[in-house]
Design a protein around this ligand. Structure first.
Ligand code: GRF
Length: 199
């Protein structure tokens, strides 16, 4: 299966996928990595693995819609079976969702529907929950609202701060991402309403 991975940051989730794909039995290859900004560590990781990269900043386009169209076209060139947001900090638009809506996954660092948005672990800590985690889901038109593929729970420890909690979630999140993407590409999936079924 062909994976296109979208990133905005350090790319540790991307790295986990690149490492998994090195084993042919995994059943997938990262065929391209896209970012919305230059100069991120994730792009260096892709280059080091010999994977083609592209950068599509929103500000390079006259409107958000033009950007959405351009990003969609760029990804389509690589004929992906799955597009994976691994810390991609942009909401995609209607054009993108029309093209990839049934195969665009995101990983979020809380147990959705609690604490959507970009400060999930901080918000979970501030609320005082004792259990949080990571959620892998198919993206829909909302913010962190799409059909859920899998969740992993991570306890909040008494002495956690935002950094320690974020890091502990990321370890569980990476393992989940690799396991579940592997399952999806080997076994296929159907989405009916909010229910994701992997046969
Ligand atoms: C992940 O924890 C994701 O949930 C959050 O950003 C992080 C991405 O980290 N939105 P990385 O770039 O994969 O290291």
């Amino acid at each position: 299966a062909r994976l296109v991975v979208l990133i905005s940051g350090s790319g540790s989730n991307l790295q986990a996928l690149l490492d998994a794909c090195a084993d042919p039995a995994y059943g997938a290859q990262v065929v391209a990595v896209g970012a919305d900004r230059d100069g991120t560590a994730g792009l260096d990781r892709a280059a080091a693995a010999g994977v083609p990269v592209f950068v599509e900043p929103v500000r390079a386009y006259p409107s958000r819609e033009d950007w959405d169209r351009a990003l969609t076209a760029r990804i389509a060139e690589h004929r992906p079976d799955l597009v994976i947001s691994a810390g991609f900090l942009k909401l995609v638009g209607p054009h993108f969702l029309a093209a990839f809506g049934d195969r665009y996954l995101n990983t979020h660092n809380t147990l959705l529907p609690a604490f959507p948005g970009i400060h999930g672990p901080r918000d979970a800590l501030a609320y005082g929950v004792k259990l949080t985690g990571a959620t892998l889901f198919f993206v829909d038109a909302g913010v962190d609202t799409g059909p859920i593929v899998a969740q992993v729970a991570v306890p909040v420890l008494d002495d956690d701060d935002e950094e320690t909690l974020t890091e502990r979630i990321k370890e569980a999140e990476r393992r989940q991402l690799v396991e579940q993407i592997g399952r999806l590409v080997r076994e296929g999936w159907t989405i009916i309403g909010r229910k994701v079924t992997i046969p």
